[in-house]
Design a protein around this ligand. Structure first.
Ligand code: PFF
Length: 451
């Protein structure tokens, strides 16, 4: 990202970089399993409402904060108000928790990619294949290390320009291929029940506790998927040109990010119904869902091993553009704090990723019985970042903007290009009232219900 210090050369540069960071495993792997688990249509509806209200407001805030202060997340909060300076390091800590386990899942994707291109796709259709793979620490460690090292190499060589250019081609291919697979799945016999479950909210038997759990899960997913509340969008905002519209860019990035998630869900959720009858165990499969259902879809297709291979290449690519942005953030923090050179700090960060990632790998294998507050280690890292740290960052950011520097501070930045801030009313209400109240509910919920 060093070459970006002088800013994005074009409007599309910002959108691509932000979308490259946003679209990743969160959309293709995480969103569908949450949608399957939390009632399909209801989750989808709540998620979309949150994207256009919370997601929109938080992203506008972060990008504006970055562009206005011209600083990375560490300096941006301090620049806005000294007393909030501590928020920068808190936000910056989040990538240190996410990157390691993100690379573990990236390793799973690589494993499936190899399985498909080595002509062994049929093995992966077995229900025990995924479980067997993650239960064996040796194999998942190898793939995790390959994935993390690949991410680090891209960060060291700073082939960001290359990545951006490749994304321009591969992202549309990912959309086209996913749409094609989604259409294929939707026309398979038995898909109807899955499509209905996924698209139509069913409020029958929907209790308050289920409602709370669904909102908390959807909110965590929103932060994760839109790369919010961890300083990334602040930093990207600082590279954005003053003449570009923050409001329009935010809408485009969120639309793109949400569309990919919805399409991924259209592949995975109906597949659960086709291949596992939609029973609640299958719907609750969690992090393994994509790896268990997708191979079955590909196996049922003519030429499915090629479609499957292509699909996993694209997923790996989408994941890499995200993990590069995550590791890049870690590296810039270590460089800034400890005055190391780029390669040195990347190696330091890689070691941190190895050590913490191994905890996640072992948590699913040799240390399977170890749980923290009832979560397996990987799931605990996911929970603590998405459901605890990010809501705290979001809450305090809203307090800073809503009550300390006042929404005008952001509104001035959004109107610099001479356009009016169309969603100003919504923005103020969200930032001052709705968002803080929701963040408090989200932080308190886990104390009362097990998510
Ligand atoms: N938004 C990415 C995804 O949905 O996979 C994950 C992510 C990337 C989170 C970069 C945070 C980040 F800084």
């Amino acid at each position: 990202m060093e070459e970006k210090k002088d800013g994005f050369g074009s409007k599309i540069g910002f959108i691509l970089a932000a979308a490259g960071s946003a679209v990743g495993l969160g959309n293709i792997w995480r969103f569908p399993y949450l949608a399957a688990k939390y009632g399909g249509g209801i989750f989808l509806l709540i998620y979309i409402i949150l994207v256009v209200t919370f997601g929109f407001s938080l992203m506008v805030t972060e990008i504006s904060l970055g562009r206005k202060t011209g600083s990375s997340v560490i300096g941006a909060y301090k620049n806005a108000d000294r007393r909030f300076g501590f928020l920068g390091p808190v936000a910056a800590l989040v990538p240190f928790i996410i990157t390691p386990y993100y690379c573990v899942i990236g390793g799973w994707v690589l494993k499936y990619l190899f399985t498909f291109i080595s002509g062994q796709a049929h093995l992966a259709t077995d229900d025990g294949y995924f479980g067997g793979f993650i239960a064996e620490a040796g194999q998942s460690t190898v793939f995790f290390i390959i994935y993390a090292t690949l991410t680090a190499l891209i960060v060291i060589f700073g082939v960001e320009k290359g990545i951006e250019n490749v994304s321009k081609i591969l992202m549309p291919v990912l959309v086209a291929l996913s749409l094609g697979i989604a259409i294929y799945v939707m026309t398979l016999p038995g898909a109807g029940a899955g499509i209905k479950y996924y698209l139509l909210p069913n409020f029958e038997g929907f209790t308050l506790s289920k409602f709370l759990k669904t909102i908390v899960a959807a909110m965590g997913q929103l932060f994760y998927s839109m790369s919010l509340a961890m300083g990334i969008m602040v930093t990207y905002g600082s590279y954005m040109r003053k003449q570009d519209s923050i409001e329009a860019s935010t809408r485009q990035v969120s639309f793109f990010d949400t569309s990919i998630a919805i399409i991924a869900g259209l592949i995975i959720v109906p597949s659960v119904f086709i291949f596992s009858g939609g029973d609640s165990d299958a719907l609750n499969a969690g992090p393994g869902l994509m790896f268990v259902t997708l191979p079955k879809v590909f196996d049922s297709m003519k030429g499915g091993h090629i479609a499957g291979g292509a699909f996993f290449v694209l997923v790996a690519f989408a994941a890499l553009t995200s993990s590069v942005s995550l590791l890049e953030t870690m590296v810039s923090i270590v460089t800034e704090k400890f005055g190391l050179k780029r390669t040195g700090s990347t190696i330091v960060c890689l070691i941190i990723v190895f050590v913490m990632g191994m905890l996640s790998v072992l948590g699913y294998s040799s240390w399977e019985s170890v749980t923290i507050f009832g979560y397996q280690i990987l799931d605990f890292f996911d929970f603590i970042s998405n459901n605890v740290m990010m809501p705290i960052v979001a809450l305090l950011t809203c307090v800073l903007i809503g009550y300390v520097v006042k929404p005008k501070y952001i509104e001035e930045e959004t109107t610099l290009n001479g356009e009016e801030f169309k969603a100003k009313g919504l923005y103020e209400i969200m930032t001052r009232f709705v968002c803080p109240i929701f963040m408090i509910i989200i932080l308190l919920t886990p104390l009362f219900v097990k998510l």
